[in-house]
Design a protein around this ligand. Sequence first.
Ligand code: SGN
Ligand code: CA
Length: 527
Amino acid sequence: MKAFTTNTNQLKRNLPLLGVASLALLSSCNSKQANVEKPLNIVYIMTDDHTQQMMSCYDTRFMETPNLDRIANDGVRFTNSFVANSLSGPSRACMLTGKHSNANKFFDNTTCVFDTAQQTYPKLLQQAGYQTALIGKWHLESIPSGFDYWEIVPGQGDYYNPTFIQQNLERVDKDGYITNLITDEAIDWMSNKRDPEKPFCILIHHKATHRNWMADTTHLALYEDMTFPMPENFYDSYEGRVAAASQEMSISKDMDLVYDLKMLYPNSNTTLTPYYKSFIGRMNKEQRAAWDKHYDPIIKEFDKAKLKGKELDNWKYQRYMRDYMKTLKSLDENVGRVLDYLEENNMLDNTLVVYTSDQGFYMGEHGWFDKRFMYEESMRTPLVMRLPKGYNKRGEINQMVQNIDYAPTFLELAGVEVPQDIHGVSLLPLLKGEEPKEWREGLYYHFYEYPAEHMVKRHFGVRTDQYKLIHFYDDVDVWELYDLKSDQSEMNNIYGKKGYEAVTADLKEKLTNLQVQYNDSIRHRFN
Ligand code: SGN
Ligand code: CA
């Protein structure tokens, strides 16, 4: 397994880019926000791999997320919220630029470095007089630009006693659990480090709930008495779906007993891979003692049970669910801390609070963990917002929205003109309670990271309210079509089936139009 690190040398190589950012800052204060009577703040909280199934305001089957739900209950919940490319770095690049991957050029996690010279919404806000900050996971490899203040974790970051990279490029190890530390830093910046005279935009980017789901010592004991029914399609045969059949993200086959499921046999060297040592080794004595106290009896029981086949699959699934939920519980509590802070400081009325994730995730559907596919569980992402005074919409927003829409929304909210080249559309009319007559009919999606970890083939496609058309390409040339009304789990590929000729032709036309609109190259002929 690969340990991700943002290399300091690479950061230093990119130093000149900081000069560009500083110049932009110096020339900033011509301030289009003079047009805005009362500049509004933006608190943007984004998690990693948190999926709608695991958020009680979306799905009540699994766990309570009272603080995340608080945002939805006081504000709005987007019932049809999607990403453009279901992978961390690409998703983040889409959000920052408001553009699809082909335009922002951050196609995948493995080969790309984000070109920070390009236009992003934090830069535009900064130029308009906003104070901007970024805390937590960045994952775009270059030095953050467009932020007055930043503190990031290298690569994916570590759950325990993580290293942070500060603006002077120093690496600092902090004691504690990452979700608490990122929140501490965010609250500290809002309280003590920003210019209180200026409106602000802070991006709080969590590592949770990313693999390998290591809970805080304080949360290890949670959910152990709960068991969950396995999803109906856990034993999917992948019939008629070539790419689904060849992935490597199966709970049964690809989840690692030690790394993912924490079955680290005491006193055994055989299972101690250097990679595992590198993160379990970050714990201090007390943390390790609490960890072992929790897991040792589970390991012993597991060792004795000698589970096989479906029993073993079920055991893996239960452990996966519980560990994921434990890390999510910390996250929910920390979002509560941010909301409390804003409330106690009377900031809620003039602040837009956004909660989302970099993509959705599989919780055993199709037998999987991870994301990447254009299928519903991973193309969807949670999106709830608490709105500032004057924005009167409450409850559900059902229009299809995508993470490229965040940038224009925040810019318009701040009174900054939205540049023409942005692909997304502002959600502000929806937040005001308007029902725009014309809204997008189809969402465009394009995933590129192949061959790579989890082996999900390259694909692009279009999703409408009722249908999804996907084209897998590169080392295959196959199409899939789903009727989302009758086949929500996307098990039945109806591409090429009799009766769907007109639907298919219409979707292909929509797909072509979207590729033209976004200037994405059409890689294959459509017939
Ligand atoms: C790591 C994980 C993968 C995950 C990618 C991308 N492996 O490589 O399971 O798909 O991150 O995730 S691990 O062994 O390092 O945990 S992303 O959310 O950052 O795109
Ligand atoms: Ca992610």
